[in-house]
Structures are given as structure tokens and as C-alpha cells.
Design a protein around this ligand. Structure first.
Ligand code: BG6
Length: 510
């Protein structure tokens, strides 16, 4: 299958079509693509789900989701009317084989109505236990075999460990060709995550210093202010390592650490990314505590409000051992990165939402300024702001104005919102458009998913066999357990205080 510049006529079959992901993310993204003129003509949504809807009531339900979650805000009636005319509902359980004959009929009927053989995108917005079931039934119903026209989209988590990921990938591979499978990690659709490649490989001046000779260490922070909200049931089984590190943080790490690609071909980029995962030094089981720290939030204060601890959240056990915070130290054993630590951390109920990558450069090899000039001296740092602020900051030393030589940290900023007039699309817009065009560049390949599980396998093993005796170990509204500092302090490193462009006083200690 070759990626196209524009999508062909498309029927978007949405399993779990009455669920939260469809309502909050997928339909608003499709609607925004429609408004921007990116959807093919004809285009239709066929939602499959168990909810009590018909075409009209489902489109009213979707309209609420769009009004609430589209980046454009409330939809205009005439726009919505034209879009909603192509929303169809098929009631049934995607986990039961019976529905697939009706699905095949509905697909054929629309082809006939449209007078075209539309491509069909089967999107599994369902609980993960159906990811291995739906593709089998699609295959049995003869809906999966058309290499050019049938595509299957699977959301993370791809398995819950290496063995289950291998098994799911094998099932998917039995049902269709790899080129038809799109494994979504929505972080890859974020503009600022894609910009890591642009920044590194479209500007020759950074490449010569992007290595162990100049970089001391790298930190990747993905902090969320929210707790688990209504997702306690899912999260209890996942935890932060599976929910965030295995996919989102590993993807960012790959983009920061990968070698330059030779071309912009999907597999070329994905090869370079998987090379990084293969180069990560395996963590010995008896040393896991020196590489990985887990935490769980307790009750605490956020924005002047008291918030409950994780164990008090809906769907969470009173003695839950699930981690809501992870900090890791990883080493990438190759010529570029040997002995440069990559520190990753993610957690819920941190003081604020902030995702950023900080490249901490080494100190100058010889300090030639007088001691009094360098009292506030800090090595240079490059910070890639992923969200909510989007941009890049370079912190460096500059001479403070005055008769004496005194150095102070200064910075240069690139801010997306000021640099570009057009707003950033939601990641799902980008990714859904790519699925429609058949472009797999921003999707996870099975070997990459498996390599990421392989890296985490020792931690998962050790953590599942030894219950943490200090949970909950960080109050909501702080930057995680104290032990996190020790992970870096041994090498004389420290977590940077995450950037706050809004300039509000930082809450809590990093
Ligand atoms: C999801 C996780 O993949 O990413 C959630 O399951 C998390 O737990 C979310 O909240 C974060 O995404 P974003 O785009 O808000 O950073």
C-alpha cells in the first residue's frame, strides 16, 4: 500500500462508537478535519456499539461532544448538519461475532449508495480486551483482506507486557498485513513532538553537539495535574509505567536520541527509532531500585482545593499498590550516548501540567572567567516545550550589563503561538488524516512496541513481586516522591524546575 497525498472516499467504522474516546476525541477531530476541507468526499461514520441510540440520537450525542471538545468550540448548525448527515449507527456488541454479517451488509450498502468502493477504516475505540477479537471477526467476515482499502486502527495499550504484546501483534498479523495496521500513540501526533525531528534534522548547527561530548544528561518530564478521574478501573490494572512510559515517554526518548534518518520514509524513521530502544542498557533485576522509582499520590492541595488521594478515587482499591508516578534512569549504549543518562518521569497530580525535554549541556572544559563573574553560572540548557506551552528555550550565559564582568543565565525563546498564525491541530486530527492517507510514519511498529516492553520487563517483574511499603508516598500537588531526587543526585544531576512561561510562581519543589 502506498501513502496518498489525499484520502480516498472513506467509511470510518468506529467500534466503541458510543464510548468516551469517540465522543471526546475522535468525532471532534473528524469534524475539525471536515471543516478544514481535509475529509474525502464521500465520507461517512458507521458507529458500532451497544448503546441505546439510532442515527439521529447518536449524532445529537456527538454534537455535544464536538461543541465541548472541538478546538473550534461550538459548531455552526449548517456545518454540523452537513457532517451529521453521514453518521450511521449499528447497534451490537463488537465482541460478538453475530454483528459482523450486518456490518458487512452496511458497508456494502454505503458503497452502493456512494457508487464507489470506499476504503474502510476499522477503528477500535474499545476496551483493550477486544483488540485481539475484532480483527479475527473482521477477517472471518471478509472485511479485512483488502490490502488497499481495509485498515485497522488500534489504540494503546498494545498488551500489558512483552508476552501479551507479542501475542496481540501475532493476532493482528494473522488477520491482515502490517501495512494495514495503525497502532496509535497520540503523542506522535503532537506538533511539538514531531518538531523534535524538524529541530534536530532541519538545522545543521545542533547535530554536532547532540552527543556525549557536549550533553551531560537529558530529562524528559510528562507531568499531569489531573488525577485518574473516572478511569480508576482501567488505571488500577495499568499504572503509570504501562499507561505513559511504555508508549508516550519512550516515543519521545526515541526522537531525542535517534540517529539522523536518510529519508522521510515511514520505515526509515521507524528503524532509527527502534535502534534506540535496542541500545538501551538492560536493567539488572537486582538493581531495579537504582534505576526506577515508583510513587502514588496521597491527598493534597492543588490550586487552593483539597484533592483526594489515589486510593480514594472511584474504582480504586483502598490498599491499591498501583503507581501513579514513575521516574527512570536509562542509558543508551551506542557511540553517541554512551554513559549519558536519560531521566524520564511522569506522574499524575503534579503541581501543574507540563511536558518538556531538557538537554543539559556539559560545563565548559576550562573556566576562564574570574570567580566573582561566575557566581550564578549554570551550564547551558536547551528545553523543548511539548505542552501546554509549545516552543523551545535555549538558556545560556550572558554578560550582565555593567562595568564588571558578571555572567547571568539568559534565554532565547521560540514560541509556537507567536511564530505561526495557524493553530496547532489536535493530535488525533493529524493521526486520523494519516490513517486515511495510508501513511504509517507516525504509528508504532510491532517491533518497537515489543522492544519498549523488553526494556521495562525487569521493572515490571520486580515491582509486581515486591509490594511497595511506602505508598502513598507523595502528596497531590508535588513533584513526586523524595527518592526521585536521589536517582539523579548520585551523578551530581538534578531535575530542572519545569518551565512555566505563564510566569506563575512555581508550586512545589522539582
Ligand atoms: C493517555 C493516558 O494515553 O494519555 C492518560 O492513558 C493520560 O492517562 C493521557 O492522561 C495524557 O495525554 P495528554 O495528551 O493529555 O498529555
Amino acid at each position: 500500500m502506498k501513502a496518498k497525498d489525499r484520502p480516498e472516499p472513506t467509511l470510518f467504522v468506529l467500534f466503541g462508537g458510543t464510548g468516551d474516546l469517540a465522543w471526546r476525541k475522535l468525532v471532534p477531530a473528524l469534524f475539525d478535519l471536515y471543516i478544514d476541507g481535509h475529509l474525502p468526499n464521500p465520507f461517512g461514520i458507521l458507529a458500532v456499539g451497544r448503546g441505546d441510540f439510532d442515527d439521529a440520537s447518536l449524532s445529537r450525542h456527538y454534537r455535544e461532544g464536538v461543541d465541548r471538545h472541538s478546538r473550534r468550540g461550538i459548531a455552526r448548525d449548517e456545518d454540523w448538519g452537513a457532517f451529521a448527515a453521514q453518521i450511521h449507527f449499528l447497534r451490537g456488541d463488537p465482541g460478538s461475532q453475530e454483528i459482523y454479517a450486518s456490518l458487512a451488509e452496511a458497508c456494502a450498502r454505503l458503497d452502493q449508495e456512494w457508487q464507489v468502493k470506499a476504503q474502510r477504516i476499522f477503528y477500535m475505540a474499545t476496551p483493550p480486551d477486544l483488540f485481539g477479537v475484532i480483527p479475527k471477526y473482521l477477517k472471518e467476515a471478509g472485511l479485512a483482506q483488502d490490502l488497499e482499502r481495509a485498515r485497522i486502527v488500534v489504540e494503546k495499550p498494545i498488551g500489558c507486557d512483552l508476552a501479551s504484546a507479542l501475542s496481540l501483534n501475532a493476532t493482528l498479523g494473522d488477520c491482515c498485513q502490517e501495512a494495514q495496521i495503525f497502532r496509535i500513540d497520540h503523542y506522535l501526533g503532537k506538533e511539538t513532538v514531531q518538531n523534535i525531528l524538524a529541530f534536530r534534522f532541519a538545522n545543521p548547527m545542533f547535530e554536532p553537539i547532540w552527543n556525549r561530548r557536549y550533553v551531560d544528561y537529558v530529562t524528559i518530564t510528562v507531568a499531569e495535574a489531573v488525577g485518574v478521574a473516572h478511569r480508576g478501573g482501567y488505571y488500577e490494572k495499568a499504572g503509570a509505567l504501562r499507561d505513559m512510559v511504555q508508549n508516550h515517554l519512550m516515543q519521545i526518548l526515541c526522537l531525542v536520541a535517534m540517529e539522523p534518518m536518510v529519508s522521510f520514509q515511514a520505515d526509515e524513521i521507524r528503524n532509527k527509532k527502534v535502534d534506540v530502544l535496542h541500545a538501551i542498557r538492560p536493567i539488572p533485576r537486582d538493581e531495579v531500585s537504582q534505576y526506577a522509582i515508583r510513587g502514588q499520590y496521597n491527598e493534597g492541595w492543588m490550586d487552593g482545593q483539597k484533592v483526594p488521594g489515589y486510593r480514594e478515587e472511584a474504582g480504586v482499591g483502598h490498599h491499591s499498590q498501583t503507581e501513579t508516578f514513575v521516574a527512570l534512569k536509562l542509558l543508551v549504549d551506542n557511540w553517541r550516548w554512551k554513559d549519558v543518562p536519560f531521566y524520564l518521569r511522569t506522574g499524575k497530580r503534579m503541581p501543574r501540567q507540563v511536558s518538556e525535554v531538557a538537554i543539559q549541556f556539559r560545563a565548559v572544559p576550562h573556566q576562564c572567567f574570574p570567580a566573582e563573574a561566575t557566581q550564578d553560572w549554570q551550564p547551558s540548557r536547551l528545553i523543548m516545550l511539548i505542552q501546554p506551552e509549545q516552543g523551545i528555550i535555549l538558556r545560556f550565559q550572558a554578560k550582565q550589563p555593567g562595568p564588571k564582568m558578571h555572567l547571568r543565565t539568559s534565554e532565547m525563546r521560540f514560541d509556537y503561538s507567536q511564530a505561526f498564525a495557524n493553530p496547532s491541530p489536535d493530535p488525533y486530527e493529524t493521526l486520523l488524516w494519516d490513517v486515511m492517507k495510508g501513511d504509517t510514519t507516525l504509528f508504532m511498529r510491532p517491533d518497537q512496541v515489543e522492544a519498549a516492553w523488553q526494556v521495562l520487563a525487569p521493572i515490571l517483574d520486580v515491582w509486581s513481586s515486591a509490594t511497595p511499603n511506602d505508598f502513598p508516598n507523595y502528596p497531590a500537588g508535588t513533584w513526586g516522591p523524595e527518592a526521585t531526587q536521589g536517582l539523579l543526585a548520585k551523578q551530581g544531576h538534578r531535575w530542572p524546575l519545569p518551565v512555566d512561561l505563564a510566569g506563575s510562581p512555581d508550586k512545589g519543589q522539582p
